[in-house]
Design a protein around this ligand. Structure first.
Ligand code: SF4
Length: 73
């Protein structure tokens, strides 16, 4: 799976770090590091993290490319 975090939106609430610590990591107060292509075994955790983010900064899989074009059928 692929994920994108909108770091302009991210406020460093760390909900994602709590829910998927292998994928998201907080360095200092607001610097979020993350794995853009986490393994499938982390998918459920990542989805939960995305749902829990208070500012919806985490885009998962399909969503990450949404709006890029209309060639999806
Ligand atoms: S839960 Fe959202 S706002 Fe909080 S650190 Fe993760 S991406 Fe950023």
């Amino acid at each position: 799976m692929q994920i994108v975090v909108d770091l302009n939106r991210c406020q460093g609430y760390a909900q994602c770090v709590f829910l998927a610590p292998r994928v998201f990591e907080l360095h200092g107060e607001e610097a979020l590091l993350y794995a853009p292509a986490p393994p499938e075994e982390q998918a459920e955790r990542v989805r939960r993290a995305a749902a829990a983010c208070p500012v919806q900064a985490i885009l998962v899989g399909e969503q990450a490319g949404a709006g890029a074009g209309t060639d999806v059928r």
